[in-house]
Design a protein around this ligand. Structure first.
Ligand code: SF4
Ligand code: SF4
Length: 160
């Protein structure tokens, strides 16, 4: 499951609530889109000792392999992220997705079951982080997201 670092700075009690919600959701976000990552993010994940499950897309951009069922290779059987401490920026900012449309950057928030539990301050901070994600990553994400928009319809979303 994605779940931002901002969220994890809240109390353990609240974090446990988030984990329960994501567990019931069976980490839908980790099956929806496998995020593109930068060379630096890949380097940090490998440096932390995790196995290499990356495929090169182009210079300075990789994606994580998906399993036969579509799940991210780093998603564990209990629906938690196997690389939580070093997961890619796009995973940290979910349920906010940075977007690139008509040559302009923006953000949308996906109203998944986690959304009502996130404070306004948490959303604001996460949006700031989403806005710092490198543009080539956002452009690539938006290209593949558009192709998968049918699957997004599971949840409502809005621009923020
Ligand atoms: S509730 Fe949201 S963040 Fe949690 S697993 Fe589902 S889609 Fe992902
Ligand atoms: S890296 Fe972790 S949070 Fe990101 S898609 Fe994979 S399992 Fe989910």
């Amino acid at each position: 499951m994605f779940i931002s670092n901002v969220i994890f700075s809240y109390s353990m009690l609240v974090s446990q609530r988030f984990l329960r919600v994501c567990n019931q959701c069976k980490a839908f976000c980790c099956t929806l889109l496998i995020p593109p990552v930068t060379e630096k993010e890949k380097h940090n994940i490998l440096k932390a000792g995790f196995k290499n499950h990356f495929i090169k897309i182009r210079d300075d951009m990789y994606t994580i392999k998906s399993r036969d069922n579509g799940n991210c290779f780093y998603l564990k059987e209990d629906y938690s992220c196997g690389i939580h401490s070093v997961k890619p920026a796009l995973c940290r900012v979910w349920p906010i997705i940075p977007r690139y449309h008509n040559n302009k950057r923006g953000c949308i928030v996906i109203k998944c079951p986690l959304y009502p539990l996130i404070s306004k301050t948490g959303l604001k901070q996460t949006k700031k982080e989403a806005e710092r994600i490198p543009l080539p990553i956002v452009q690539h994400l938006w290209n593949i997201s558009t192709a998968m928009k049918e699957r997004y319809k599971r949840f409502e979303y809005e621009e923020i």
